[in-house]
Design a protein around this ligand. Sequence first.
Ligand code: SF4
Length: 241
Amino acid sequence: MIGRIHSLESFGTVDGPGIRFVVFMQGCPLRCLFCHNPDTWDAHATPKYQLTPDELMAEVLRYKSFIKTGGVTVSGGEPLMQAGFVADFFRLCEKNGIHTALDTSGAIFDEQTRNLLKLSRLVLLDIKSLDNRMAQTITGQSNENTLRTLDFLESEKIPTWIRHVVVPNYTDNDLLLNDLAMFLTNYRCVERVEVLPYHTMGAFKYEQMGISYRLQGVEPLGAVRAEVVRAIFRSHGLAVV
Ligand code: SF4
């Protein structure tokens, strides 16, 4: 099996605990308004790397001493589009004693997804919005599979970190934020919530790719407001970073 990989990062510090080797898979079924990696969207684009699970493992093992307190994170794009490949790779990581994290929006929910989730030591689940209309506005798809994924993580007791991008005029809304926080308190698998302030650092890629950036004019979320948003989640008893 060959994995279609957009890029690799050998010293990631923001995608899971510790220092991590991060694998960004090519292809995503969503089209988030704020996506800063539109170059990962096209599943048929020629990726930078095409590797077997063994070849990817060999690359990771070159950094084993650096990632011993962290591990490997597979992100995207959407790794669930290549769930079979990632599952084989995670099995190899397990054999080599390397911690695995899956960063996913939960956009695809099928047998392959469930197998992969069960092989993940940690899941970073991106909930774009609990409100389905808002989710559809942001991603172009319903949030149904994301919420089914969260239910599955709960039933399997898989440690989960929730990621939530807060975008002015969209998800930066006290009512929506409180609803999401309250909802998450029902899930014992949720160990923490990461509030990700919207930024515009990926906007230049849209221009390079000749596609329109639909959040043109939306300001980045300020640091003060981001702290207020974190306080909303904390006020519901959630651990927040
Ligand atoms: S799920 Fe991630 S990679 Fe896919 S469009 Fe959304 S932000 Fe971009």
